[in-house]
Design a protein around this ligand. Structure first.
Ligand SMILES: Cc1ncc(COP(=O)(O)O)c(C=O)c1O
Length: 460
């Protein structure tokens, strides 16, 4: 299909559907007016902001959420990949109620803390782990421990990747598509790796040279970097499946090549499994792709919806937390979060649960594939356990530069279209769907039908 015609059609749909969304959400509009007085952008996190305002939710149950206007939606937003257990799962609600009755916080480890640590270690093949409160803390602490263990300062991350909002990883992060090219340091212009200006204000200038960037799925770029700077590099951190630009899977051999390069250079390989750990397989990336990192970071699905994170890996590296690398936190191992996490991992997120979510995900991706083919759209789907997505480019993506070739106008149109038809999604062009153990085939069919109508509308 002619791409310019498609963009024009998408712009028309965006305008009509955004207008309709505004008309359906007077409750969100008035809550926003109140919210901006106490919170910048009227939300608790920049990722929750909306244009001109976000849809505010009131409650959720099973696979459904309700907004403040009383409209119900089937939830494929999934709390940014947290809610593979669905909403208000009885096993998790019961676990939280039971511990809340016995004291909400101690800042002292309990038997449940030990039981959850054992479960995380065995499930993800870690020698040892420590709890934190978020994905940001998990990657931050993993990097600090890697620096302590190696006595080195520099780290390597992949172009366009997101690892949370601490300083050292705020370089080359989506969204910065239009400026990325302008941010390369000239010093490294002729190399397959580079350092860049940060994507956030407030990152000290003294840190700007500490983070090297290489393209995802390019082990030779990391090899070239090691050849020049190997003895300075503490850690290579990556999402083994990139999940912030749609979904980009690792090419065969890539993860193992990184592991081999890190072993050879005395560098710590860190997998950021914050999003993929609890969603793509029972045992995360290690199980799905068969490669073990030295350290890994977890959060999101680990707590069954409660606030938690963890990082762990080889004992010889983890022991640095008792040899001078700061790793602490008042709320680490909070009883409510630990009880929710224990119930989620041991009672809900079983191997059968991943089989079930995998089947739903495949049904969803195949349904979307049919709709894309029928309308001959420049798009493809990715199907990976509880996660999947539609990306608006004909061929699968291998890295961030490929993501820049997707057609953002189609995302801008699909978001309000889907929301207006009862499918709750993350806004923007970089997120994906999450299915849960409480979703049904009917829920998935509802998504496929709405998406199919969207494709037909686009190609009219
Ligand atoms: C891969 C990845 N790492 C780290 C984080 C940060 O986690 P949190 O938002 O819990 O701080 C995220 C959040 O989206 C993520 O997707």
């Amino acid at each position: 299909m002619d791409i310019e015609r498609l963009k024009t059609r998408a712009a028309e749909i965006t305008e009509t559907e955004n207008q309709r969304l505004l008309e359906r959400s007077p409750g969100s509009a008035s809550l926003f007016e109140r919210a901006v007085k106490s919170m910048p952008a009227g939300v608790a996190s920049n990722f929750q902001a909306g244009d001109p305002y976000p849809i505010y939710l009131k409650h959720g149950s099973g696979s459904t959420v309700w907004d403040v206007d009383g409209i119900d939606y089937t939830d494929f937003h999934g709390g940014f990949g947290v809610n593979v257990v669905g909403h208000a799962h009885p096993a998790i609600v019961e676990a939280i109620r039971a511990v809340a009755d016995q004291g909400i916080h101690f800042a002292v480890s309990t038997e449940n803390t030990v039981a959850l640590a054992e479960e995380v270690c065995s499930r993800f093949q870690l020698d040892q782990m420590r709890f934190v409160n978020s994905g940001t803390e998990a990657t931050m602490d993993a990097i600090r421990v890697a620096r302590a263990a190696t006595g080195r300062d520099k780290i390597v991350k992949m172009e366009g990747s997101y690892h949370g909002h601490h300083d050292v990883v705020l370089f080359s992060v989506v969204p910065e598509a239009d400026v990325l090219g302008l941010r390369h340091n000239t010093e490294h212009e002729d190399k397959p790796y580079y350092t860049t200006h940060p994507t956030s204000k407030g990152v000290p200038h003294s840190m700007w040279g500490d983070t090297y960037v290489t393209p995802f799925n390019d082990a030779s770029a990391v090899e070239a970097l090691f050849a020049d700077h190997g003895s300075e590099i503490a850690a290579v951190i990556l999402e083994p499946v990139m999940m912030n630009i749609g979904i980009v899977v690792p090419t065969p051999g890539y993860l193992q090549a990184l592991r081999d390069l890190c072993d050879k250079n005395g560098t710590v390989l860190i997998f950021d499994e914050v999003k993929c750990g609890g969603t793509i397989a029972y045992g995360g990336t290690t199980e799905r792709f068969g490669v073990r990192p030295h350290l890994a970071a977890y959060a999101k699905a680990l707590g069954g919806g409660a606030t938690i994170g963890a990082f762990g890996g080889e004992a010889a590296i983890m022991e640095w937390v008792t040899k001078g690398a700061a790793q602490q936190g008042t709320f680490n191992g909070n009883p409510l979060s630990v009880a929710a996490g224990l119930a989620a991992l041991t009672k809900v997120l079983t191997r059968d649960a991943y089989d079930y979510m995998g089947k739903l995900g495949t049904m969803l991706a195949e349904g979307c594939d049919r709709a894309i083919a029928d309308s001959d759209l420049p798009a493809h789907t990715v199907d990976l356990g509880a996660k999947g997505c539609v990306s608006y480019r004909k061929e699968p993506l291998t890295n961030y530069q490929d993501f820049l070739e997707t057609v953002p106008e189609l995302y801008y149109a699909s978001y309000p279209w889907m929301v207006n038809r009862g499918i709750f999604m993350t806004p923007g062009d970089e997120e994906q769907w999450t299915v849960s153990v409480q979703h049904t085939e009917d829920d998935v069919q509802k998504y496929i039908d709405a998406f199919g109508e969207f494709c037909q509308e686009l190609s009219r």
